[in-house]
Design a protein around this ligand. Structure first.
Ligand code: TXE
Length: 477
């Protein structure tokens, strides 16, 4: 599969004439090639977006909402293709690609279409004047996305961005370009006005050409924390609107009064969904001392029963890690855990069929016995790797949960809902679930504090981020 950029309504070879291999995470084999876009490709894409801006931003919001619906319908027709390509490109189980990635990509467009249709100007009456507050497009947006949830996150940005009247240039992760290409094919098929959505493939350099361009007005980035810092550095001097969704080291807090069976299921899912490669994953499990032994027995059994294997197999629960380099990083943390005094309770290389030997495979790993200050217990690993710790009081659980530079999410497991809410309100993060995890309502704010990012997206927060408010005050006395 040789992919092309999508600029001004046309699929184009990169002017840079440079290409990168796209590798399958599950076999290590080359599955296609991706443009490595250079300065002139990025400039052409930005120019196309700028040219399309006046007409698109001038359109009635309900007209733009209709376009979002057309895209959603066309994506829905390609539901199986999305799931297949996402599983092939990321190494995630096809069942997950169906239930999470394909499903959410369609619903992101439908959700924002409805929000934009329902949007009204705000009116504030004074005795002698009327204020009208109107949301207008910001301009040209750069949308940069990672490899863990490729189309899920790209559609989460494209839908509200163009719905609010912006035009955009997308830069998907070089590791997972396939569904971004599918979205461009959909946009082409429905006949969206050319230049409204453009896409350049490429690596971090291509991304930084976009974020640093004086012709880009807004940057929405999801990815690693250190990359986020670079993005902020290049975008801030030009006062661009900036949203950063970065990493996490989220705690799952298990109280002795939880429903243990449900909790073990929930905590296992939170730890290992998508091979632990979700920024919301509960990678630190804090367990109340009085049920620690019973919890561990059930948790390890649950982890060891997970089916690892060919991502395309319907029964597979755990697929491959995204790249060799990422696998090495995660395995590096296993060695570090031993150096830091931890014990591996379960984990190691799984037995895999011969045809998958070249892939990036790692069995789910559970580490105990580490101090809560250690690197393994505080740094984002972003793989099938969790540490488990004991606590004795509500206060201690909160203290451990807050003891990282991240502040994205968390989950609390208890039958005492009052306690659940009380503890949740003391967790320094953007989102906390009680007796559930990754239970998403698209109307609520999504994002984190501290090193987990800046700003929120979701519902009216997305509409706010992808627009500039204009206040018109008319005196009438
Ligand atoms: O992501 P990067 P990487 C975390 C996770 C992982 C680490 C690194 O811990 O191990 O990040 O992953 C583009 N200017 N998360 O290196 O580099 C890049 O091409 C502009 C958490 O794969 O953050 C890609 O499109 N863009 C995360 C996107 O940024 C740049 C999900 C993300 O890549 C750029 C993924 C630059 N200077 C990884 N450098 C989450 N929060 O969900 C790179 N890019």
């Amino acid at each position: 599969m040789k992919l092309l950029n999508y600029i001004k309504g046309k699929f184009e070879e990169p002017e840079s004439a440079e290409w990168m291999d796209n590798l399958s995470p599950s076999t290590g084999k080359v599955i296609g090639s991706v443009p490595l876009s250079g300065e002139s490709d990025v400039k052409l894409a930005i120019a196309a977006a700028r040219e399309a801006l006046p007409e698109w931003s001038g359109m009635d919001p309900s007209g733009r909402a209709e376009w979002l619906d057309r895209i959603a319908d066309c994506l829905e027709e390609k539901f199986e293709e999305i799931a297949y390509l996402e599983s092939l490109d990321t190494g995630k189980p096809i069942s997950l690609a169906r239930s999470v990635d394909a499903t959410r990509s369609v619903s992101n467009f439908r959700f924002f279409s409805k929000m934009i249709r329902d949007m009204e100007d705000e009116i504030y009456e004074m005795e002698d004047a009327t204020n009208i507050v109107k949301l207008r497009a910001v301009g040209v947006g750069a949308l940069i996305t990672p490899w863990n949830l490729p189309l899920y996150l790209l559609s989460w940005k494209v839908a509200p961005a163009i719905g609010m009247g912006n035009t955009v240039v997308c830069k998907p992760s070089e590791l997972t370009p396939l569904t971004a290409d599918l979205l461009m094919r959909v946009i082409d098929e429905v006949g969206l006005p050319s230049g409204v959505v453009n896409l350049v493939h490429g690596n971090g350099n291509s991304g930084s050409m976009l974020t640093g361009s004086p012709d880009v007005d807004l940057v929405s980035f999801t990815g690693g924390t250190s990359t986020g810092a670079k993005v902020a550095q290049s975008a801030s001097p030009q006062f661009k609107k900036l949203s950063l969704e970065l990493g996490g080291k989220n705690a799952s807090i298990v109280f002795s009064d939880c429903d243990l069976e449900e909790t073990v299921k929930g905590v296992t899912r939170a730890a290992f969904l998508n091979q632990g490669q979700v920024c919301l994953c509960g990678s630190r499990i804090l367990v109340e001392d009085s049920i620690y032994d019973r919890f561990m027995e059930m948790f390890v059994e649950s982890v060891e029963s997970m089916v690892i294997g060919d991502p395309m197999d319907d029964d597979t629960e755990l697929g491959a890690l995204i790249s060799k380099q990422h696998l090495q990083k995660v395995q590096g943390y296993v060695s570090l855990a031993l150096e830091e005094g931890g014990q591996i309770v379960t984990g190691g290389e799984p037995c895999l069929p011969k045809e998958l030997e070249g892939g990036n495979w790692m069995s789910p790993t559970v580490i105990t016995g580490l101090g809560t200050e250690t690197r393994c217990s505080t740094e984002e690993v972003f793989g099938p790797f969790v540490t488990v710790h004991r606590f004795n009081s509500e206060h201690e659980a909160i203290e451990i949960a807050n003891n990282t530079r991240y502040g994205l999410a968390g989950s609390i497991w208890t039958m005492d809902l009052e306690k659940g809410r009380r503890v949740a309100e003391n967790i320094h993060s953007g989102m906390v679930w009680v007796n559930t995890w990754l239970h998403r309502d698209l109307r609520v704010p999504f994002g984190g504090v501290k090193d987990s990012g800046v700003g929120r997206e979701g519902g009216k927060w997305s509409l706010g981020f992808f627009s500039e408010p204009l206040n018109v005050c008319v005196r009438h006395d």
